[in-house]
Design a protein around this ligand. Structure first.
Ligand code: HEC
Length: 203
């Protein structure tokens, strides 16, 4: 049964290759930028856009009734006292289905948030924090290509609103590896069937 042993080795080899490819695809992300982006989001964006970016209108519904009128004059209405600031009745959803899709590219998104957000103190963050939070928002919306460091040189090529290619369920490396594996297992089965059939014919 040497052929069996040889095939055993092949299978182990291919499994290792598949693992290596899948790991490569996963670890190519830019963890520092995304971790920083999550921090910036929580501290500077979440207070208006919601704990999961769902928008203020939806988030507010989870609060106590007496806290729900943010636009009242005492806090965020027109004519608020000095320790408040004006705020429209809603801050739109920035994470979720259809969010951010009127920005064509990541560069446009960066341009908008770096000029206009946080709404109460526009332009206050550093450029690298704006890039980080943009990268985080895109990742949460499934629009960040794997392994990219979002900055001035890469953002123009990251499409948001343009019709995206069919979403990929698996990182590219993993799906290639799975295809190789599936093809291989298929051919081993076919081959075993042929062997069986030949044996059966001899009897
Ligand atoms: C004080 C409340 C507040 C904070 C804090 C805030 N935003 Fe906003 N944001 C708003 C409001 C209000 C709008 C709608 C503005 C408008 O329509 O002119 C908005 C709009 C946006 C939009 C446009 C969404 C769309 O689809 O048009 C984006 C993107 C955005 N904010 C991102 C951020 C990010 C990123 C942060 C954190 C760095 C942030 N915001 C912090 C209140 C806030």
């Amino acid at each position: 049964m040497t052929w069996l042993r040889q095939f055993g080795l092949w299978i182990v080899g291919l499994l290792l290759l598949a693992l290596a490819l899948a790991r490569g695809a996963a670890s190519a992300d830019s963890p520092d930028q995304l971790a920083r982006g999550a921090e910036v989001f929580t501290i500077r964006c979440q207070p208006c856009h919601g704990d999961v970016g769902q928008g203020l209108a939806l988030w507010r519904l989870t609060w106590a009734p007496e806290d729900q009128n943010c636009a009242s004059r005492k806090c965020h209405g027109l004519g608020h006292p000095p320790d408040g600031f004006y705020m429209p009745n809603d801050a739109p959803a920035i994470i979720g289905k259809g969010a951010l899709t009127h920005f064509a590219t990541a560069r446009e998104l960066y341009g908008y948030i770096s000029r206009r957000m946080p709404f109460d103190k526009p332009g206050e963050l550093s450029a690298s924090d704006y890039w980080a939070v943009a990268a985080y928002l895109l990742r949460e919306n499934g629009k960040l290509p794997a392994g990219i460091q979002l900055d001035d040189s890469t953002a123009g090529a990251v499409a948001i609103g343009a019709p995206a290619a069919a979403p990929e369920a698996l990182p590219a490396g993993a799906s290639v590896a799975l295809l190789i594996l599936a093809g291989f297992v298929g051919s081993v089965c076919a081959w075993a069937a042929v062997l069986k059939w030949r044996k059966w014919r001899k009897h």
